[in-house]
Design a protein around this ligand. Structure first.
Ligand code: FES
Ligand SMILES: [Fe+2]
Length: 356
């Protein structure tokens, strides 16, 4: 979207002058089908990748091989062998490294060539490896040159041992940035999800790649539902969304005594589509009863996630996002777009930094 255009001629009440700063540059990353933010992105669930296994994956347009060494470490390397271009996922894990199927060259988990059987020694060659973490039941890859910070986390559980369940991966026919916006589209909570209270967000920059939007309202006293649940909320209704890299978002909501946490880990797919993985998180509780309690909490969290996803799904198959006429209720969306524009963009496929 062009942030410098679309300014209404005569703004009405509740209609925003757009943009807030007329000197704002054109959007160059938000909703761009070939660009994404340098960051951590989900690759695949951890559990199915056993020691000694290797798999091909294509993440953000780049072909990779992901493998687990004999000692249990996960490594991610560029897919194609520097000898003749065979896909390294056709090969096999060799102790703490990977051996190409075609002529059996071996690379260690740092990507260094350690054996070429035909020569009887290695050459000073290496393949590109990418930083990896296993976190919330998933394998994540760091996509940039900069030293990686910790992966996205639930703000309230930053220093807490957690329990996790994974939802069903999904594909949507729109950009991850556009899907992310849904969680801070204040007015659609009333029109789509029939919320009885008006949502108003305040935002807080958590770090240079993370921004959090939190609800500030209580209200809705005329609704029987609100009157029923109000005793469980000491202050405002708890609802917040913490974004990392513009395409992973953590929702926190629920009564004071039990917060639900849903991480929507999204990544850009081919042709500006979204490949998503929901993650349901709760703090670990001890003992058999704690384990059982958590199964119920994680199931409930999934139902909450489904409820929110259900009403909107059809929109994201057909939307051509273009915020031409922003209203006051859309202010958070503009702030999020601005936040995305302020981060380092990479090119889909090559993962090279976008400099202009
Ligand atoms: S293509 Fe990999 S060793 Fe020859
Ligand atoms: Fe929604």
């Amino acid at each position: 979207m062009n942030l410098a255009q679309s300014q209404p001629a005569q703004p009405q009440q509740n209609q925003l002058q757009h943009p807030a700063n007329p000197a704002e540059p054109q959007a160059s990353t938000f909703n761009h089908p070939d660009r994404f933010i340098q960051g951590w992105y989900w690759v695949m669930p951890s559990r199915p990748l056993k020691c000694g296994q290797v798999q091909p994956v294509t993440i953000l347009g780049r072909d990779l091989a992901v493998y687990r060494t004999a000692a249990g470490q996960v490594a991610i390397v560029d897919a194609y062998c520097p000898h003749m271009g065979a896909h390294l996922a056709e090969g096999c894990v060799d102790d703490e490294g990977l051996r190409c199927f075609f002529h059996n060259w071996r690379f260690d988990s740092q990507g260094v060539c350690t054996d070429i059987p035909y020569l009887g020694h290695a050459l000073p060659i290496r393949i590109t490896t990418w930083p990896v973490v296993e976190h919330y039941g998933l394998i994540w890859v760091w996509t940039g040159d900069a030293p990686p910070p910790p992966p996205p986390f639930v703000p309230e559980l930053e220093n807490v041992v957690w329990d996790v369940a994974l939802g069903k991966p999904f594909v949507h026919n729109c950009h991850p940035n556009v899907l992310m916006v849904n969680a801070i589209d204040a007015h659609h909570f009333n029109t789509v999800h029939n919320f009885p209270i008006e949502i108003v967000f305040k935002n807080e920059v958590v770090n240079e790649s993370a921004i959090m939007f939190s609800n500030t309202t209580r209200g809705g006293d005329e609704s029987w539902l609100v009157r029923l649940i109000q005793p469980f909320y000491q202050h405002e209704g708890t609802y917040s969304m913490c974004y990392s890299y513009g395409s992973t978002g953590t929702v926190t909501l629920g009564p004071d005594f039990l917060h639900f946490y849903i991480v929507f880990a999204l990544r850009l797919g081919p042709d500006g589509t979204t490949e998503g993985q929901p993650i349901f998180v709760t703090q670990r509780r001890s003992g058999v009863s704690g384990w059982l309690f958590n199964r119920v909490v994680l199931w409930l969290t999934q139902q909450v996630g489904n409820y929110f996803a259900k009403g909107d799904t059809k929109i994201f198959q057909t939307i051509k996002f273009d915020l031409k006429t922003p209203l006051k209720a859309d202010q958070s969306i503009l702030q999020f777009m601005h936040h995305v524009e302020g981060q380092q963009a990479l090119q889909y496929g090559s993962w090279e930094a976008v400099t202009a």
